[in-house]
Write a protein that binds this ligand. Structure first.
Ligand code: ADP
Ligand code: MG
Length: 346
């Protein structure tokens, strides 16, 4: 382990097997999460994200492997000894306590002096925009406000890291967007390691310094949002993160090109030095500043092109087009799991 990672979270060969279940829920996961990093676990339902987070938090024992925080082995410690803040999708506030007492609870249990508790609770409520609501009870708050209380409660004692499992999953889109921005701001303000779980690739791309993509309990790829989008290493990542054109140009390999990277041409108009493939336009969707052209390739694969507004008038549904792109904008991945597109879509 390098000095750079001394204050982060490191997992080595972490595995979880549940009795009577064929394959492990989490399978040999080794990760290095840097101190202060915003790391997201992204993957479809059942891919092992919650199990992984829960092992780090201390609610689920490991079958094999080790977890260290600040270089300290923690896999034998009880959850409250790990010094990690945790927020779940369900807010789990104490209904009979005011907002302020909910937030103060952990500090009070740690025996902190009263003046310090009051100051820290006020700061935490201020940070989540609830300074005026400390005397309310949870039932008097909206879902979004209750989740803010849960966030304040998790960070008030300045844990080493904040762990969040789909914290915005129960909120409607507008509130989710708003709380996403607040979580990003909290991360900048606190400089603390954030570990965030979501199945929503857009949320992951928006928030994260790096993303770990899970599939069937295994790590598919770890990288920045740009790495995953521009340089996917597997077909699963290419199809789970963003839209893509997945073209089988060579046996055993799939060429991935993102919708912004292709141009459409009728007949022989494609630029020299570009790769090309034939397709039929199936739909054109005008989105204001750009348009989205849906495509079907010769082998039946669906694809998509994003074109500047005004550039699509000649491409109508049913038109034959040549799809072209520069080779430097493609990624080539092994042709694994032919059923992956259906699984991602379902
Ligand atoms: P995710 O959070 O990505 O949806 P989970 O970590 O909840 O995935 O689940 C991963 C796999 O482990 C799933 O196949 C799930 O059915 C299984 N699993 C989770 N918790 C348990 C449990 N307590 N007992 C048995 N199997 C479980
Ligand atoms: Mg989960």
């Amino acid at each position: 382990m390098t000095d750079d990672h001394r204050s982060g979270i490191t997992t080595a060969h972490v595995t979880k097997e549940y009795p009577g279940i064929g394959r492990p829920a989490v399978d040999d996961v080794s990760l290095d999460i840097a101190d202060g990093e915003f790391m997201t676990f992204l993957g479809p339902s059942g891919s092992g994200k919650t199990t992984m987070l829960s092992m780090i938090a201390g609610f689920t024992p490991l079958t094999a492997g080790s977890i260290t925080v600040d270089g300290q082995e923690i896999s034998g410690l009880k959850p409250h000894r790990r010094d990690l803040g945790v927020v779940f999708q369900q807010y789990a506030l104490f209904p009979h306590m005011t907002v302020a007492r909910n937030v103060a609870f952990g500090l009070a249990r740690r025996g902190r002096p009263r003046a310090e508790i009051e100051r820290r609770v006020a700061d935490a409520l201020e940070m989540v925009g609830l300074a005026a609501l400390g005397d309310r009870f949870p039932r008097q708050l909206s879902g979004g406000q209750q989740q803010r209380v849960a966030l304040a409660r998790a960070v008030v004692y300045e844990p080493r890291a904040l762990l969040m499992d789909e914290p915005l999953g129960a909120l409607d889109k507008k509130l989710r967007d708003q709380l996403q921005r607040e979580i990003a701001r909290m991360h900048r303000q606190l400089g603390m390691t954030f570990l965030f779980v979501t199945h929503d690739q857009q949320e992951a791309l928006t928030l994260s310094d790096r993303i770990t993509v899970f599939n069937d309990g295994r790590v598919e790829q770890v990288g920045t949002p740009e790495d995953l989008y521009e340089r996917p290493r597997t077909l699963f990542v290419a199809q789970f993160v963003g839209e893509s054109n997945a073209l089988r140009l060579n046996p055993g390999e799939v060429t991935i090109v993102r919708p912004e990277r292709v141009t459409l041409h009728s007949g022989t108009g494609a630029p020299a030095g570009h790769q090309r493939a034939s397709a039929v336009v199936t739909d054109v969707v005008y989105v204001g500043d750009h348009s989205r052209v849906w495509l079907r390739y010769g082998d039946g694969t669906r694809g998509c092109a994003v074109l500047p507004a005004g550039a699509v008038h000649e491409h109508r549904p049913g038109a034959d087009v040549v799809v072209a792109w520069h080779p430097e904008h493609q990624a080539v991945v092994p042709d694994s799991e032919p059923d992956v597109a259906e699984r991602v879509a379902s």
